[in-house]
Design a binder for this molecule. Sequence first.
Ligand code: HEM
Length: 215
Amino acid sequence: MPWKRLLTARWMKIPVFTLCLVPVLLLVWKYFHQDLGANPVEFITHATGDWTLRFLAITLAVSPLRRLLGLPELVRFRRMLGLFAFFYGCLHFTTYLWLDKFFDFSEIGKDVLKRPFITAGFAGFVAMAPLALTSTAGWIRRLGGRRWQMLHRLIYVSAIAGVVHYYWLVKSDVRKPLIYGAIVFVLLAERVVAARRKSAAGRARGAGANLAAIK
Ligand code: HEM
């Protein structure tokens, strides 16, 4: 199948990596061409926030797409996509920390505690950090596959917190956060359905083996 050959090609990670860099390169380009609008800090905050949520959703879409399209090879890109979610999350948080709050940590602390949308965003960002730190093969070995998998479920927390953060920050038009919410819901619901199917198949196999033993 040409798709499979393309997805398993060693060089394929290079165009995917380059594509993931496009949003930040576009921001740099706009900065040097004074094209960041009347409020550049707001522009950067919004663009990096949007891309954090998009990359979280794209990373979450890898497993359902693998199952749906029968393309296990897609897993090769999951780590890179997740790290890009964290990368855009870092840019987003740094924009807030540096360009919005000028490293005024007492102001930031107050914000995190008193403004619910900042609390949710902060929770989403904190949940992403251990995922990025333990994304290497060495950490999978150290933690063991099962514990590593459990820890990496934090991406669900991060995506849900990101949607709540977006929903709480918009003043009137909630359509965009609701669309993101629906996408994240579908991606998580597919996992529940797949897990149920897998355990039902396991039970059926067990029953079959018992029957064969009786015969
Ligand atoms: C999982 C982590 C996060 C995600 C997915 C996320 C996502 C977003 C999104 C989608 C937006 C709106 C962009 C738009 O309007 O087009 C946004 C805005 C914003 N975010 Fe985040 N964010 C995260 C973490 C944080 C953190 C840690 C902070 C700061 C502590 C933060 C502060 C802000 C601010 C100040 C805005 C602009 C609010 C406004 O327009 O009034 N975010 N974020």
